[in-house]
Write a protein that binds this ligand. Structure first.
Ligand SMILES: *[C@@H]1O[C@H](CO)[C@@H](O)[C@H](O)[C@H]1NC(C)=O
Ligand SMILES: *[C@@H]1O[C@H](CO)[C@@H](O)[C@H](O)[C@H]1NC(C)=O
Ligand SMILES: *[C@@H]1O[C@H](CO)[C@@H](O)[C@H](O)[C@H]1NC(C)=O
Ligand SMILES: *[C@@H]1O[C@H](CO)[C@@H](O)[C@H](O)[C@H]1NC(C)=O
Length: 284
């Protein structure tokens, strides 16, 4: 072979074997450092993968409003995406998975192949245990008094707090989740759905021993009905009426629901076997 051909051949091999870049979005009250186990494991098992580990809105800043985080981090990811026309993969942990979905639904100039939501409150949250560091004395029964107010909406948690006993207040005050889920329609609703339908894969990971995401089924759009009885995703309006495209993704084989028992919320992103068994198979 001539040198030119060898170079071409190598180029072909490199291109065909390369993994798409991965973007990691951290959870609440932590930062990019908490995502390093995932980062190093991906780089070990999928050598050559470019990884962008989002370091905005770390620790206390992670309490800033969801829309603010979506728009700021979204600009960065749009920029990254424009440099990788072959597509990118996104992994969001906990609140980061909801920020990431907000970005994917909002930015039509981001081209995501696979989006993995690692134990994120996609249908909302009604459990305050993990919030005591931030809001001492907060209990779930009365948290709505804080979160369903204009002041309460200045925190990320308020934006996805969903109290099953106060649905009307949720619809009146929440400026984020009911809109992102097309529960309340807006001029953005059509884009929210069209953008999520561009995904090649939506992977929703979580499990019954999570103990923070409440109900734990929220990680795949199951949620409480008017009381604390859980209604599974497939019986929810968001699925039945295909308001954001979940049903279409499912019926075209693009929705992957992964349930892993025995994992506490604070271990999902620290557990190498979760990376090996639940993340790597979807990253190509
Ligand atoms: C986008 O990326 C380019 C190249 O890395 C950089 O120079 C530019 O500042 C970035 N823009 C934003 C808005 O992040
Ligand atoms: C992506 O779209 C947003 C508006 O939705 C725009 O502000 C941003 O500059 C665009 N970024 C790139 C890299 O095209
Ligand atoms: C909760 O509501 C459902 C109907 O939405 C009802 O069937 C069930 O009995 C209720 N459970 C409790 C504990 O009130
Ligand atoms: C790690 O994940 C595996 C499942 O892949 C689970 O069996 C194990 O208990 C987890 N370990 C921890 C410390 O959460």
């Amino acid at each position: 072979m001539t040198l030119k051909l060898i170079i071409l051949f190598n180029l072909f091999i490199n291109v065909s074997l390369s993994y798409k870049p991965v973007i990691l979005v951290h959870g609440i009250m932590t930062g990019s450092g908490s995502m390093e186990i995932i980062k190093y494991r991906i780089q070990e098992k999928h050598p050559g993968t470019i990884i962008y580990n989002v370091n905005r809105f770390e620790r206390w800043s992670s309490l800033e409003t969801m829309w603010h985080q979506v728009l700021e981090i979204g600009q960065d990811i749009a920029n990254i995406s424009s440099q990788h026309p072959e597509g990118i993969n996104v992994i969001g942990y906990s609140q980061g998975g909801l920020v990431a979905r907000g970005i994917i639904q909002t930015f039509s100039n981001i081209s995501v192949d696979t989006f993995i939501s690692l134990s994120s409150p996609q249908a909302g949250q009604y459990g305050a245990g993990f919030l005591h560091v931030v809001f001492p004395g907060l209990v779930k029964e009365t948290a709505y008094e804080l979160f369903y107010s204009r002041v309460g909406q200045h925190t990320s948690v308020g934006n996805y707090w969903k109290d099953p006993y106060h649905q009307k207040l949720y619809e009146t005050y929440s400026v984020f989740l009911p809109y992102l889920n097309n529960h309340i329609m807006s001029d953005k609703s059509a884009d929210f759905k069209a953008n999520i339908l561009k995904l090649k894969r939506l992977v929703l990971i979580g499990g019954p021993d999570d103990q923070v995401i409440t109900p734990w089924q929220s990680r795949y759009f199951g949620y409480y009905s008017v009381n604390e009885t859980v209604v599974e995703m497939k019986s929810q309006d968001i699925y039945l009426e295909d308001t954001i495209g979940l049903r279409t993704l499912d019926e075209s084989g693009r929705l992957h629901i992964v349930t892993v028992p025995g994992v506490n919320h604070f271990d999902w992103h620290m557990n190498v076997s979760i990376v090996d068994d639940c993340l790597l198979p979807y990253l190509d």
